[in-house]
Write a protein that binds this ligand. Sequence first.
Ligand code: FAD
Length: 357
Amino acid sequence: MSEAGVEKVVIIGSGPAGWSAAIYAARANLNPLLFEGTPQPDMIPLGQLAFTTEVENYPGFPVGNVRAFVESSVAEDRHYNLPPLPKGHEKNGQPHYAVQGVELVELMKQQALNFGTRVIGDDIVDVDISSQPLKVISRDNGTFAARTVIVATGARANYIGLPSEDKFKNRGVSACAVCDGALPRFRNKPLLVVGGGDSAVEEATYLTNFASRVYMVHRRDSLRASKIMQDRALHNPKIEMVWHHVVEECLGDDKQGLTAVRMKNVNDGSIREQPVVGMFVAIGHTPNTAFLNGKLEMNDKGYLKLTKPFRTHTSAEGVFAAGDVADDYYRQAITSAGTGCMAALDAERWLAAQGFE
Ligand SMILES: Cc1cc2nc3c(=O)[nH]c(=O)nc-3n(C[C@H](O)[C@H](O)[C@H](O)COP(=O)(O)OP(=O)(O)OC[C@H]3O[C@@H](n4cnc5c(N)ncnc54)[C@H](O)[C@@H]3O)c2cc1C
């Protein structure tokens, strides 16, 4: 029986995890309500993919005339949101490129809307999950009661914070080697990784598959990474450590993108200019969990803890988590979409088990 004024499923977040959860919940007749957030300086509706250009590794989207498909699927009143077509990717007079981040998430959103997902463009600023019904509190639209909540608020890649770094994002500067490392612009060229932890070593090692050389820049003279990861970096002939340095500026131009990085030696103040076509920033991510005000169990980095193996249950009854907000390891669009599906199925089964139909 459906209860007046109480949602069966509220989804918070508008990246691949949120839309996948919405598609599954809507098709299960759970009439989901999704909060997609509002634009913030380092976070936007449609999630992290909206910050990138071509996405080459999402299954089902080989290079092709993607725009024709996108325009035929996405409602016309949202076409204004589609990014400009990448230049120089024509074949037989048609655009021919890998799907762009915004296009991919717009398609996910459309699929969720087609099945009746209701969407509110607002941020959730607090929750009350101490008893049923659960409550989510929005910034501008009041409080909503719900039997289940799926948290799919994602994470933000940390950057150094230089204006020149911002200028070259998607044109040499990246925060994801697995996402961008194989792009043609980085092949057989010198690249640079910033950071000294496990993920920095992982990024650098992965990039050696494509790069002519990988410089690892770290402000100290030893890595924070685990011993096994350190050995991997220090014994890789393609990786060169640049100890005691910090990146001061990204150099390049509009035509070529990033061409070099200027670094400062923190010990003696000397300057080194290193020609590179790519800078991969690997100084961690910040999960978007502040709005939960510590009401769900998190790990020491603020990521939500999942309490059952291979399930999406969190520490609160009826609250599930999907995507990067609960994943500091894989951090990919496809894994986020996968766990979004899992969260919707877990919510559906939880509702049935509790007798909330
Ligand atoms: C530059 C870049 C390039 C990438 N390229 C690739 C790639 O090529 N392939 C790949 O597989 N992965 C790529 N990734 C990683 C991928 O984008 C993420 O793994 C994926 O987007 C995570 O999806 P998500 O649904 O968990 O959350 P996100 O995509 O992080 O989306 C969550 C969204 O929820 C909304 N939200 C947050 N808090 C609230 C709140 N309190 N209330 C309401 N709404 C809220 C925000 O709008 C936020 O953006 C890339 C990431 C970056 C940064």
